[in-house]
Design a protein around this ligand. Structure first.
Ligand code: DGL
Length: 276
Protein backbone atom coordinates (compact mmCIF):
# COMPACT_ATOMS: atom_id res chain seq x y z
CA UNK A 1 0.00 0.00 0.00
CA UNK A 2 1.17 3.55 -0.65
CA UNK A 3 2.26 5.94 2.09
CA UNK A 4 -0.61 7.34 4.11
CA UNK A 5 -0.70 11.04 4.94
CA UNK A 6 0.49 10.35 8.50
CA UNK A 7 3.61 8.69 7.07
CA UNK A 8 4.39 11.64 4.83
CA UNK A 9 7.99 12.71 4.45
CA UNK A 10 7.37 16.41 4.97
CA UNK A 11 6.68 17.97 8.33
CA UNK A 12 4.33 20.73 7.40
CA UNK A 13 0.84 20.93 8.87
CA UNK A 14 -1.82 18.79 7.22
CA UNK A 15 -3.41 20.45 4.20
CA UNK A 16 -5.92 19.87 1.43
CA UNK A 17 -4.20 18.86 -1.79
CA UNK A 18 -5.99 20.05 -4.92
CA UNK A 19 -5.14 19.41 -8.56
CA UNK A 20 -6.32 19.98 -12.10
CA UNK A 21 -4.83 19.73 -15.57
CA UNK A 22 -4.17 23.45 -15.39
CA UNK A 23 -5.66 26.69 -14.11
CA UNK A 24 -9.30 25.51 -14.09
CA UNK A 25 -9.18 24.04 -10.62
CA UNK A 26 -8.57 27.54 -9.27
CA UNK A 27 -12.36 27.85 -9.40
CA UNK A 28 -12.60 24.99 -6.90
CA UNK A 29 -9.70 26.39 -4.87
CA UNK A 30 -11.58 29.70 -4.67
CA UNK A 31 -14.66 27.92 -3.27
CA UNK A 32 -12.53 25.94 -0.79
CA UNK A 33 -10.76 29.07 0.40
CA UNK A 34 -14.05 30.91 0.79
CA UNK A 35 -15.52 28.14 2.93
CA UNK A 36 -12.39 27.18 4.90
CA UNK A 37 -10.05 30.19 5.14
CA UNK A 38 -8.15 28.61 8.03
CA UNK A 39 -7.23 25.40 6.17
CA UNK A 40 -3.90 25.27 4.29
CA UNK A 41 -4.25 24.49 0.59
CA UNK A 42 -1.72 23.22 -1.93
CA UNK A 43 -2.64 23.26 -5.60
CA UNK A 44 -0.95 21.50 -8.51
CA UNK A 45 -1.66 22.51 -12.10
CA UNK A 46 -0.39 19.90 -14.56
CA UNK A 47 0.33 22.68 -17.02
CA UNK A 48 2.99 20.67 -18.88
CA UNK A 49 0.30 18.14 -19.84
CA UNK A 50 -2.82 20.32 -20.14
CA UNK A 51 -5.40 19.99 -21.46
CA UNK A 52 -6.51 16.51 -20.39
CA UNK A 53 -9.76 16.67 -22.34
CA UNK A 54 -8.41 15.17 -25.56
CA UNK A 55 -6.10 12.65 -23.82
CA UNK A 56 -6.78 8.95 -23.35
CA UNK A 57 -7.95 7.41 -20.12
CA UNK A 58 -4.64 5.71 -19.22
CA UNK A 59 -2.71 8.95 -19.58
CA UNK A 60 -5.16 10.90 -17.42
CA UNK A 61 -5.11 8.19 -14.73
CA UNK A 62 -1.29 7.98 -14.73
CA UNK A 63 -0.88 11.75 -14.38
CA UNK A 64 -3.53 11.92 -11.64
CA UNK A 65 -1.80 9.16 -9.66
CA UNK A 66 1.61 10.85 -10.01
CA UNK A 67 0.28 14.22 -8.84
CA UNK A 68 -1.63 12.65 -5.96
CA UNK A 69 1.54 10.81 -4.91
CA UNK A 70 3.38 14.15 -4.85
CA UNK A 71 0.68 15.78 -2.71
CA UNK A 72 0.44 12.81 -0.33
CA UNK A 73 4.22 12.81 0.16
CA UNK A 74 4.04 16.49 1.03
CA UNK A 75 1.42 15.77 3.69
CA UNK A 76 -1.99 16.13 2.04
CA UNK A 77 -4.63 14.77 4.41
CA UNK A 78 -7.48 15.21 1.94
CA UNK A 79 -7.41 15.23 -1.83
CA UNK A 80 -9.72 17.29 -4.01
CA UNK A 81 -9.68 16.35 -7.68
CA UNK A 82 -10.61 19.76 -9.11
CA UNK A 83 -11.06 18.38 -12.61
CA UNK A 84 -14.11 16.65 -14.06
CA UNK A 85 -11.94 14.86 -16.61
CA UNK A 86 -9.52 13.48 -14.00
CA UNK A 87 -12.42 12.52 -11.74
CA UNK A 88 -14.05 10.58 -14.59
CA UNK A 89 -10.89 8.64 -15.40
CA UNK A 90 -8.93 8.42 -12.16
CA UNK A 91 -10.98 8.86 -9.00
CA UNK A 92 -11.51 5.13 -8.55
CA UNK A 93 -7.79 4.41 -9.01
CA UNK A 94 -6.94 7.15 -6.48
CA UNK A 95 -9.31 5.65 -3.90
CA UNK A 96 -7.92 2.15 -4.51
CA UNK A 97 -4.33 3.39 -4.16
CA UNK A 98 -4.91 5.35 -0.92
CA UNK A 99 -7.92 3.64 0.70
CA UNK A 100 -7.62 5.69 3.89
CA UNK A 101 -7.22 9.06 2.20
CA UNK A 102 -10.49 10.94 1.66
CA UNK A 103 -10.76 11.85 -2.02
CA UNK A 104 -13.40 14.33 -3.24
CA UNK A 105 -14.02 14.51 -6.97
CA UNK A 106 -16.08 16.79 -9.20
CA UNK A 107 -18.71 15.60 -11.67
CA UNK A 108 -21.38 17.33 -13.73
CA UNK A 109 -24.40 17.82 -11.46
CA UNK A 110 -26.94 16.08 -13.68
CA UNK A 111 -29.45 15.58 -10.87
CA UNK A 112 -29.81 19.26 -9.80
CA UNK A 113 -29.73 20.39 -13.43
CA UNK A 114 -32.60 18.08 -14.39
CA UNK A 115 -34.54 19.30 -11.34
CA UNK A 116 -33.91 22.93 -12.31
CA UNK A 117 -34.87 22.59 -15.98
CA UNK A 118 -38.37 23.72 -16.96
CA UNK A 119 -38.43 22.17 -20.44
CA UNK A 120 -36.53 18.96 -19.67
CA UNK A 121 -33.64 19.84 -21.97
CA UNK A 122 -30.25 20.23 -20.27
CA UNK A 123 -26.90 21.06 -21.86
CA UNK A 124 -23.59 19.87 -20.41
CA UNK A 125 -20.47 21.76 -21.46
CA UNK A 126 -17.51 19.46 -20.79
CA UNK A 127 -14.43 17.90 -22.34
CA UNK A 128 -14.60 15.05 -24.84
CA UNK A 129 -12.88 12.77 -22.30
CA UNK A 130 -15.52 13.52 -19.67
CA UNK A 131 -18.49 13.06 -22.00
CA UNK A 132 -17.19 9.75 -23.38
CA UNK A 133 -16.30 8.29 -19.97
CA UNK A 134 -18.09 5.34 -18.41
CA UNK A 135 -18.65 7.38 -15.20
CA UNK A 136 -20.53 10.06 -17.15
CA UNK A 137 -22.71 7.40 -18.81
CA UNK A 138 -23.49 6.02 -15.35
CA UNK A 139 -24.39 9.50 -14.11
CA UNK A 140 -26.84 9.87 -16.99
CA UNK A 141 -28.34 6.45 -16.33
CA UNK A 142 -28.78 7.26 -12.64
CA UNK A 143 -30.05 10.86 -12.84
CA UNK A 144 -31.22 11.96 -16.30
CA UNK A 145 -34.63 10.27 -16.06
CA UNK A 146 -36.85 11.39 -18.92
CA UNK A 147 -34.84 14.60 -19.47
CA UNK A 148 -32.96 15.10 -22.72
CA UNK A 149 -29.27 15.74 -21.96
CA UNK A 150 -27.19 17.39 -24.67
CA UNK A 151 -23.44 16.96 -24.15
CA UNK A 152 -21.41 19.68 -25.83
CA UNK A 153 -17.75 18.68 -26.13
CA UNK A 154 -16.10 22.07 -25.88
CA UNK A 155 -13.00 21.22 -27.88
CA UNK A 156 -10.33 23.88 -27.57
CA UNK A 157 -11.96 25.81 -24.75
CA UNK A 158 -9.78 24.63 -21.83
CA UNK A 159 -6.70 25.09 -24.03
CA UNK A 160 -7.84 28.60 -24.94
CA UNK A 161 -8.36 29.48 -21.28
CA UNK A 162 -4.88 28.10 -20.46
CA UNK A 163 -3.08 29.96 -23.17
CA UNK A 164 -4.94 33.17 -23.96
CA UNK A 165 -5.96 36.24 -22.04
CA UNK A 166 -9.49 35.56 -20.81
CA UNK A 167 -10.87 38.50 -22.80
CA UNK A 168 -9.17 37.50 -26.08
CA UNK A 169 -11.56 37.83 -29.08
CA UNK A 170 -10.67 34.36 -30.46
CA UNK A 171 -11.66 32.82 -27.13
CA UNK A 172 -14.95 34.68 -27.31
CA UNK A 173 -15.63 33.31 -30.80
CA UNK A 174 -14.98 29.77 -29.57
CA UNK A 175 -17.36 30.25 -26.64
CA UNK A 176 -20.00 31.64 -29.02
CA UNK A 177 -19.70 28.55 -31.25
CA UNK A 178 -20.14 26.07 -28.39
CA UNK A 179 -23.05 28.05 -26.94
CA UNK A 180 -24.78 28.28 -30.33
CA UNK A 181 -24.88 24.47 -30.57
CA UNK A 182 -26.67 24.31 -27.21
CA UNK A 183 -29.14 27.06 -28.11
CA UNK A 184 -29.94 25.18 -31.33
CA UNK A 185 -30.63 22.08 -29.21
CA UNK A 186 -33.27 24.02 -27.25
CA UNK A 187 -31.81 23.63 -23.77
CA UNK A 188 -33.00 25.92 -20.98
CA UNK A 189 -30.35 24.85 -18.44
CA UNK A 190 -26.61 24.44 -18.95
CA UNK A 191 -24.15 22.76 -16.62
CA UNK A 192 -20.51 23.79 -16.60
CA UNK A 193 -18.92 20.34 -16.51
CA UNK A 194 -15.30 21.52 -16.61
CA UNK A 195 -13.62 23.57 -13.91
CA UNK A 196 -11.96 25.84 -16.48
CA UNK A 197 -15.27 27.18 -17.77
CA UNK A 198 -16.38 29.24 -14.73
CA UNK A 199 -13.32 31.43 -15.47
CA UNK A 200 -15.24 32.65 -18.54
CA UNK A 201 -18.72 32.22 -17.08
CA UNK A 202 -19.78 35.80 -17.82
CA UNK A 203 -19.05 35.28 -21.52
CA UNK A 204 -20.82 31.90 -21.60
CA UNK A 205 -23.87 33.47 -19.92
CA UNK A 206 -23.88 36.31 -22.44
CA UNK A 207 -23.78 33.94 -25.42
CA UNK A 208 -26.44 31.63 -24.01
CA UNK A 209 -28.72 34.57 -23.31
CA UNK A 210 -31.02 35.39 -20.41
CA UNK A 211 -33.43 32.49 -20.97
CA UNK A 212 -30.82 29.83 -20.20
CA UNK A 213 -29.80 29.21 -16.61
CA UNK A 214 -26.20 28.29 -15.91
CA UNK A 215 -25.25 25.91 -13.13
CA UNK A 216 -21.90 24.96 -11.69
CA UNK A 217 -20.91 22.70 -8.88
CA UNK A 218 -17.71 24.08 -7.31
CA UNK A 219 -19.51 25.28 -4.17
CA UNK A 220 -21.10 21.86 -3.59
CA UNK A 221 -17.69 20.22 -3.99
CA UNK A 222 -16.21 22.63 -1.45
CA UNK A 223 -19.01 21.81 0.99
CA UNK A 224 -18.32 18.08 0.57
CA UNK A 225 -14.59 18.72 1.13
CA UNK A 226 -15.44 20.71 4.27
CA UNK A 227 -17.45 17.78 5.65
CA UNK A 228 -14.52 15.42 5.00
CA UNK A 229 -12.03 17.86 6.56
CA UNK A 230 -14.15 18.31 9.66
CA UNK A 231 -14.35 14.53 10.05
CA UNK A 232 -10.54 14.42 10.19
CA UNK A 233 -10.75 16.68 13.27
CA UNK A 234 -7.36 18.45 13.03
CA UNK A 235 -6.54 21.31 15.37
CA UNK A 236 -6.68 24.62 13.42
CA UNK A 237 -3.15 25.74 12.43
CA UNK A 238 -3.82 29.37 11.53
CA UNK A 239 -4.48 31.86 14.32
CA UNK A 240 -8.14 32.92 14.37
CA UNK A 241 -8.72 35.64 11.78
CA UNK A 242 -5.47 34.99 9.89
CA UNK A 243 -5.89 32.99 6.69
CA UNK A 244 -3.88 29.79 6.24
CA UNK A 245 -1.24 29.32 3.55
CA UNK A 246 -1.91 28.65 -0.12
CA UNK A 247 0.81 27.07 -2.25
CA UNK A 248 0.54 26.97 -6.02
CA UNK A 249 2.61 24.58 -8.14
CA UNK A 250 2.77 24.06 -11.87
CA UNK A 251 4.46 21.29 -13.86
CA UNK A 252 5.06 23.80 -16.66
CA UNK A 253 5.39 27.55 -16.90
CA UNK A 254 4.03 28.83 -13.56
CA UNK A 255 3.29 32.32 -14.96
CA UNK A 256 -0.33 31.68 -16.13
CA UNK A 257 -1.20 30.15 -12.76
CA UNK A 258 0.28 33.12 -10.89
CA UNK A 259 -1.46 35.56 -13.25
CA UNK A 260 -4.89 33.95 -12.99
CA UNK A 261 -4.68 33.41 -9.25
CA UNK A 262 -3.79 37.07 -8.80
CA UNK A 263 -6.09 38.60 -11.43
CA UNK A 264 -9.16 36.43 -11.29
CA UNK A 265 -9.03 35.36 -7.66
CA UNK A 266 -7.24 38.37 -6.11
CA UNK A 267 -4.52 36.36 -4.39
CA UNK A 268 -0.97 37.68 -4.21
CA UNK A 269 0.52 34.17 -4.46
CA UNK A 270 3.50 33.29 -6.61
CA UNK A 271 3.28 29.85 -8.27
CA UNK A 272 6.43 27.73 -8.49
CA UNK A 273 7.44 25.06 -10.97
CA UNK A 274 7.64 21.40 -9.87
CA UNK A 275 8.80 18.29 -11.66
CA UNK A 276 6.26 15.49 -11.26
N1 DGL B 1 -10.56 21.44 -15.90
C1 DGL B 1 -10.75 20.16 -16.39
C2 DGL B 1 -12.11 19.56 -16.16
O1 DGL B 1 -12.79 19.94 -15.24
C3 DGL B 1 -10.00 19.67 -17.59
C4 DGL B 1 -9.89 20.50 -18.78
C5 DGL B 1 -8.87 19.90 -19.69
O2 DGL B 1 -7.73 19.76 -19.24
O3 DGL B 1 -9.20 19.55 -20.83
O4 DGL B 1 -12.51 18.68 -16.87
Amino acid sequence: MNALPSESIACKPPFIGVFDSGVGGLTVLRALRHLMPDVPLQYVADTANAPYGERDSDFIAARSLAIAQHLVQQGAALLVVACNTATAHAVEALRRTWPELPVVGIEPGIKPAVAASRNGRVGVMATTATLTSARYQELLKAHAGPAHIVGQACTGLAHGIESAQLDAPELDRLIARHCAALIDAGVDTVLLGCTHYPLVQDRIARHLGPDVQLLNIEDAVARQAQRCWQALAFEPEAAPGSPASIELESTGDPAPLTRLAQQALHWPVQARQVLI
